[in-house]
Design a binder for this molecule. Structure first.
Ligand SMILES: [Fe+2]
Length: 245
């Protein structure tokens, strides 16, 4: 069985289109989406519509959970906007604009998503989380110590934990038998070349699994220009995140 595991789209329409083209080349049995559909991109309604259509089409073979920025949009308040502007100005101004331009039906959709899900394939127990099993906001980065990753995941009953959130793909095969994979980000990849990354997961009939991070080439400069064109305060800081240094 083949599964495409995607995360952190962040309203990046071009990245989503290119990744879906790549996913179609191996025609997966399932798609798992680990959250952060919206915030700080350029076409929130387009990506929401596309993901909801995909969910409809794939039915039970499409699993989706909520990310921390989905929650920010869903629970947005003047206070949250103020706090976010203070901590991370371009995200705060983006949040303020995004709640205005995103259709209410899509905001309701992300509001009602679960924070975590378990699923089982041929005896393999998989947990889908955004940050870590203990927090939607926790960072499973590359180069953590094994002790730290074990602490972050010890409340999970899964053999395989799939996460996103940091926008940096990585993986840990732990001495307690669990495997943790950060699938990376489609819409705002923090890898050196800024190209969208997702995971191809293959599970055999005995529950043995194989993973491959797939990198998809796309026009990040074009996306950076779309972001800049939104014109809100500090948007240039957001646009710069798409440029490879
Ligand atoms: Fe994210």
């Amino acid at each position: 069985m083949k599964i495409a595991v995607i995360s952190d789209i962040h309203s990046n329409a071009l990245a989503l289109d290119k990744v879906l083209e790549d996913i179609n080349t191996f025609n997966p049995d399932k798609i798992f989406f680990l959250g952060d559909l919206i915030l700080a991109g350029y076409r929130p309604n387009y990506v929401c519509k596309k993901i909801m259509e995909l969910k409809e089409k794939m039915n039970k073979n499409f699993e989706i959970i909520q990310g921390n920025t989905d929650k920010m949009i869903a629970n947005c308040s003047e206070e949250l906007i103020k706090k976010t502007k203070e901590a991370f100005p371009c995200m705060g101004y983006s949040l303020e604009e995004d709640v205005k331009i995103t259709d209410k039906k899509y905001i309701d959709f992300v509001k009602n998503l679960p924070e975590s899900k378990y699923t089982e394939i041929n005896g393999l127990i998989i947990q889908l989380v955004h940050g870590s099993p203990r927090s939607q906001n926790e960072n499973i980065y590359p180069e953590l110590t094994e002790k730290t990753v074990i602490e972050m995941t010890e409340n999970s009953k899964a053999d395989l934990i799939l996460c996103g959130h940091t926008h940096k793909p990585c993986g840990y095969s732990l001495s307690n038998g669990k495997t943790v994979i950060n699938v990376g980000s489609i819409g705002r990849s923090m890898t050196k070349d800024k190209m969208p990354v997702y995971l191809q997961l293959t599970v055999d009939n005995n529950g043995k699994f194989f993973v491959e991070h797939r990198i998809v080439k796309y026009d990040n400069i074009e996306v950076s220009k779309h972001i800049l064109a939104r014109g809100f305060k500090h948007v240039e800081d957001l646009a710069e995140m798409f440029i490879s240094k």
